[in-house]
Design a protein around this ligand. Structure first.
Ligand code: SAM
Ligand code: SF4
Length: 326
């Protein structure tokens, strides 16, 4: 398993399959966002080659993301390749769920284990406002299909001040009373393309916990308050499921970080919130051998930065979230 210079086990890679999206969430990208041309992105062959190498290096978990990964026509093929790659024990997907209704079963059959579904509101009008044109019913159909297909499902909601930090947070948390689901609330992070909006919009975990405790009663910590992945989990009184908080702004989890990201245009991004990157696409297209690629990836992982600099107002400038892969 690759270790970085701080002795963290880095065994998880998030692979973005496209920077394009069929929604335009207000906290993620502008309405007139320009997407990269196809030839600027890793091809399926290049992706397969890198996935095989990542498995050989010691990565154990892959999550496909984007942009919106379900827009990539070869998604199921890539899932099948990843799931069959020696060393890879878990293949997940992060999606807005719009196209999941049709895709859940074939993806499960291809070896997908779990889905993180982004769902910021259960109110049709506010869902549309947040996504600019999304239809909540499509996402709910996707959620039902994912559950029916036997995929593990976690719900992720980015909380935006003044939009979905009231009723929506309560309604989403309420889902965990009846369902054994994990509903996670994410603090909005600032990126160069949208930083002022995102910083104004941040709702801190402590405020959300107070709000949920006011509505449901005291939140009981799960796992003794330890992180599960990047989330701290709690249970509402009498709930079957759990609520989680992913709080990179107010409670950074850099010490426990175990991941790197591969962008759709073939760049290894060592920290979501640092602009330090290593260009694998250039290496691939200049004829690098597998051992050269492997050495480059190992060196990049070794140099993974310790953590982000949001507390020092260091905001990543080179890419937005959808161009990195959340
Ligand atoms: N399109 C897919 C989706 O929405 O799930 C995958 C890509 S999206 C960039 C991955 C995750 O990043 C989503 O849960 C989204 O809500 C979250 N996200 C986008 N912009 C964010 C920001 N500025 N801060 C925190 N999370 C953000
Ligand atoms: Fe698209 Fe996901 Fe960004 Fe929303 S958060 S615009 S669904 S990439």
């Amino acid at each position: 398993m690759p270790l970085d210079q701080y002795q963290r086990d880095i065994d998880y890679v998030r692979i973005s399959l496209t920077d394009a999206c069929n929604l335009r969430c207000v906290y993620c990208m502008p309405e007139n966002m320009k997407f990269r041309a196809r030839h600027e992105l890793l091809s399926d062959d290049e992706l397969r080659r890198l996935i095989t190498l990542l498995g050989r290096i010691g990565f154990r978990k892959i999550r496909f993301t984007g942009g919106e990964p379900t827009l990539r026509p070869s998604l199921a093929e890539l899932v099948r390749h990843a799931a069959g790659t020696p060393g890879i024990a878990h293949v997940g997907l992060t999606t807005n769920g719009v196209l999941l209704d049709q895709l859940a079963r074939p993806l499960r059959a291809a070896g997908l284990s779990s889905v993180n579904l982004s769902l910021d509101s259960l109110d049709e009008a506010r869902f549309r406002r947040l996504t600019r044109w999304g239809n909540l019913r499509d996402v709910l159909a996707g959620l039902a299909a994912a559950t029916a297909a036997g995929l593990g499902v976690k719900l992720n909601a980015v909380v935006s001040r003044g939009i979905n930090d009231g009723e929506d947070v309560i309604a989403l948390a309420r889902l965990t009373l009846e369902r054994a689901w994990q509903v996670r609330f994410i603090e909005q992070m600032p990126f160069g393309n949208n930083a002022a909006f995102q910083t104004r919009g941040v709702v801190r975990e402590s405020d959300l916990r107070t709000r949920l405790a006011g509505a449901f009663g005291p939140l009981e910590p799960v796992n003794g308050g330890r992180l599960e992945g990047e989330a701290r989990l709690y249970r509402l009184p009498g709930a079957r499921g759990t609520v989680g908080f992913i709080s990179p702004v107010s409670r950074p989890f850099c010490a426990d970080c175990n991941r790197v990201r591969l962008t759709a245009d073939g760049v290894l991004r060592l920290c979501l919130l640092r602009d330090h990157e290593v260009n694998l696409l250039m290496l691939l297209r200049s004829g690098a051998t597998n051992s050269e690629l492997e050495a480059c990836i190992r060196q990049a992982v070794h140099e993974k930065p310790w953590g982000h600099g949001l507390a020092q107002h260091l905001i990543p400038a080179s890419r937005g979230m959808s161009e990195i892969g959340g």
